[in-house]
Ligand binder design. Structure first.
Ligand code: ADP
Ligand code: MG
Length: 680
């Protein structure tokens, strides 16, 4: 029934509406009923005319005593009316809505929702919304649903059509096991779908939304826990067990002492490496918390135990940086470390593949090039994925086919723990909640345009003292070519007008890999003072002598991205600074930038971002594995906890959902959809 295609006869509408709905992904009756409101307006109470409040929105029900259209001096139309109830009467005025008069007559019943204004010595309702009180009230005088709108499809239209289909809500089968419904006092699905659109009252609306939010989180959580279950209990390969490795020689060669958080995380990692199934662990740590050292220690131990490792990074610049650092650290132990990236020659590429397949290479570091066909390992023991939110579950599975190695995922975009446990619930979680000692707070400033010149002079001074600078140019989402053009222009301006006495270089995604590489090398070596770049320097780059991060068009970036940029400085001994520039007047954008000034911790910023924006956008950029939630929010910790305990119990009792075929079908559908989103 619910799979019935929407057509013009079902909806009593014109075909162009049907095709617009299709663009929204609304194709069936069931789709339209699950097209949920994004907000509500509470207009549940009528006000008597003698109790109307000035400058407030009032809802009035009455009879039209008069209505007429009057031309204005400027050639437009004004509609004047008077509405009366048993307590009195009030004038009404609409501008340029002559059609109101076609729908109502003198004597018609009418419901009006609008502000009462006091002007030229008298009160009147100004351009109120109107509705006929015959039939059910949909648009006023109730809790009014407000839908996500698109061109040509208004909330008004959706209300009428969805109301028409409401009797079909009863066909929604409740897929949730009865005991979960009971334990959580959840509203039955059919009822929830009814009330989420046209709630009888606040209480019903609350229960409806709670139920639908529960469902959303539950599907995510169950799927994650099911994956974890099969990774662990369902494991049937050969475990690459790593036990009893002496880390002392490695730790002795590290140029620093590990932090307590690094040591604790390493213990968790080593406990994983001794179990009967492969590790699947996510290490979350703020920018600069030293995730690489943790990974390096694991790589060291895995090699001592006789296995190969992979380190995959999302960009070539980052891969090359890891290659440089880890080669330096690990070759002294006799490691053969190789690089595999897209820009290598065919011969170089083939040589690395050969070394992987024969087992002579101990560690290969690279980009997506590592998951192309033809990459085979002699005895792969460990896969480390850096900045894992840039990759999907699919990538992980490519490596799984290589003899089920241990997986260690690193992520620098810290998210609240409850959210992490839901989205990444298939992994064990370690948190690096401590920065290496001596790290300074980075001084962050929002620089107004009139202070730009001062800031630039100050920066120039710092460069003269030997410091280095990043300049990040605004994001232009529409086209990479425009972006390249913009960053090139900015580079020219800075080079000729602002910093002519310094050495500048340009970096963007369209440059040849070897040119990018050369620029990064020169910057690291201190041969360049100021690096003007697009967001390609966002992740991972580590140049301790760089102390100033200037971000142009800062409002175009999400909080976590800004935090990542800022994390490029403050890595050495010198006090570091982050300057944010914006010409945006948007209060939202300015609020975000103020949070940047106020908070230095990525965890705090993530919480703020979660409150400011929807969860799908928590990092300002969409990322793999983070779903769009329509009903739930990740800030509802109490609900998340209830969802998790229900999902855990169900996975324990009946992971295949043999007793719950309706839920099994729902999960299968959800799983298929989430894998499509993950993509490569
Ligand atoms: P991230 O977690 O952002 O990937 P990195 O692994 O790049 O951080 O580490 C940031 C910097 O901190 C590097 O220069 C690294 O050598 C240094 N570092 C890591 N751990 C420590 C530590 N325990 N003490 C001092 N410096 C450290
Ligand atoms: Mg890193």
């Amino acid at each position: 029934m619910l799979n019935t295609r929407l057509d013009s006869t079902v909806l009593k509408t014109r075909d162009n509406y049907i095709s617009k709905l299709k663009e929204l992904g609304v194709k069936t009756l069931g789709d339209l009923l699950t097209y949920f409101p994004r907000a509500y307006k509470d207009e549940a109470e009528f006000t008597k005319i003698n109790e109307l409040r000035t400058d407030e929105v009032n809802v009035v029900q009455g009879k039209l005593k008069s209505i007429l259209n009057v031309p204005t001096r400027t050639g437009k139309v004004m509609t004047r009316a008077v509405v009366a109830d048993e307590t009195g009467e009030i004038p009404v005025l609409w501008f340029n809505q002559p059609y109101v008069k076609q729908q109502f007559f003198k004597g018609s019943d009418i419901i009006l929702t609008g502000k009462l204004k006091y002007e030229r010595g008298r009160s009147m309702l100004m351009s109120p919304k109107y509705e006929k009180p015959t039939g059910p009230m949909l648009h006023t005088g109730r809790i009014v649903p407000v839908y996500p709108e698109t061109e040509g499809i208004t909330s008004h239209w959706l209300r009428e059509k969805i109301y028409m289909l409401l009797p079909y809500a009863k066909f929604f089968d409740d897929f949730m096991p009865q005991w979960i419904l009971e334990e959580n006092a959840l509203m039955p699905l059919a009822e929830a779908i009814y009330h989420v659109h046209f709630a009888a009252d606040e209480e019903h609306l609350g229960k409806a939304r709670e139920r639908l939010a529960f469902d959303e989180l539950f599907l995510l959580q169950f799927l994650a826990l099911k994956r974890k279950y099969y990774w662990q209990k369902g494991f049937s390969g050969e475990v690459k067990r790593v036990a009893g490795v002496n880390l002392e020689p490695f730790l002795d060669e590290l140029p620093f002492k590990l932090t307590g958080a690094q040591l604790r995380t390493l213990q968790e990692v080593f406990a994983d490496l001794e179990r009967d199934f492969p590790m699947l662990r996510l290490v979350q740590g703020d920018v600069g918390s030293g995730k690489t050292a943790v990974a390096a220690a694991a790589i060291y131990a895995v090699k001592v135990a006789g296995y190969q490792s992979v380190l995959m990074a999302p960009t070539e610049i980052l891969a090359r940086q890891h290659f440089k650092n880890l080669t330096k650290l690990l070759t002294q132990f006799g490691f053969n470390v190789q690089l595999l990236v897209g820009s290598m020659t065919e011969a170089e590429h083939a040589d690395v593949l050969r070394q992987l397949a024969t087992g002579t290479c101990d560690l290969v570091i690279g980009t997506h090039a590592l998951i192309q066909e033809g990459v085979n390992f002699a005895r792969l023991g460990l896969v480390v994925i850096d900045e894992q939110h840039r990759f999907g579950v699919k990538q992980r599975n490519v490596f799984k086919a290589q003899g089920t190695p241990h997986m260690l995922n690193l992520s620098a975009t810290p998210i609240p723990r409850t959210m992490a446990l839901t989205i990444y619930g298939d992994q064990d979680l370690s948190v690096l909640d401590e920065l290496p000692p001596g790290r300074q707070e980075i001084v962050t400033r929002l620089v107004p345009e009139e202070k730009r010149r001062d800031a630039e002079l100050w920066v120039s001074d710092q460069v003269a003292k030997g410091r280095q600078v990043f300049v990040v140019c605004p994001l232009i989402e529409e086209s990479e070519m425009l972006q390249v053009k913009a960053v090139t222009l900015e580079y020219e301006r800075l080079r000729t007008d602002v910093f002519p006495q310094h050495r500048l270089a340009l970096l963007h995604g369209r440059m040849k890999a070897e040119d990018k590489d050369e620029v990064m090398r020169q910057f690291s070596a201190g041969e360049i003072d100021i690096l003007v770049s697009t967001s390609v320097i966002e992740v991972g780059i580590d140049v301790p002598n760089a102390t100033i991060m200037m971000i142009e068009g800062a409002d175009r970036f999400g909080l976590a991205q800004l935090h990542q940029f800022r994390g490029r400085v403050g890595r050495g001994e010198h006090q570091s600074y982050c300057f944010l520039f914006t010409d945006s007047g948007s209060p939202d954008a300015l609020q975000r930038l103020k949070y940047m000034v106020k908070y230095n911790s990525g965890f705090d910023l993530a919480e703020m971002d979660l409150q400011l924006r929807g969860p799908g956008e928590i990092y300002g950029v969409k990322q793999s594995g983070i779903p769009d939630l329509r009903m739930a929010t990740f800030s509802d910790k109490e609900l998340l906890d209830r969802v998790r305990s229900a999902a855990e119990r169900l996975v324990d009792e009946d992971v295949e959902l043999k007793a719950y075929p309706a839920l099994a079908a729902k999960i299968a559908k959800f799983e298929a959809a989430s894998e499509m989103v993950d993509g490569v």
